[in-house]
Write a protein that binds this ligand. Structure first.
Ligand SMILES: [Zn+2]
Ligand SMILES: [Zn+2]
Length: 109
């Protein structure tokens, strides 16, 4: 997310609201949404299904069925990431040389 103030604009992780220092590995979604590497790691471990439909903060898809795992924090529950975005972000992050992160997609079945 972007936060406007007198000195300009800050970029914050939508999920933990940590301000981007210009160097940390982050993955961008639509409309200025971002997820930081810490949140991405947590999300990959903890994404889970819930019953109700939801909207993803990163891809902005609405009415995502509850059967697709999602992740959000107790602190900022309005920010939700769907599993498809998580996998995409993980793929992008594993290619970023400075992220020091490796990930391979779970094998189907
Ligand atoms: Zn974060
Ligand atoms: Zn998504």
């Amino acid at each position: 997310m972007q936060e406007y103030h007198d000195e300009g604009v800050s970029i914050l992780c939508d999920f933990c609201h940590t301000a981007w220092d210009g160097e940390a590995a982050m993955v961008e979604g639509h409309h200025g949404s971002v997820i930081c590497l810490d949140c991405l790691k947590k999300a990959l471990n903890a994404a889970a299904t819930h019953g109700d439909k939801y909207q993803c903060t990163l891809c902005l898809r609405i009415n995502i069925p509850g059967s697709l795992p999602r992740w959000s924090t107790a602190e900022y529950p309005q920010a939700i990431v769907c599993q498809e975005c998580l996998f995409q972000a993980a793929k992008a992050m594993s290619k970023a040389p400075h992220a020091n992160f490796s990930w391979s997609p779970p094998t189907a079945g």
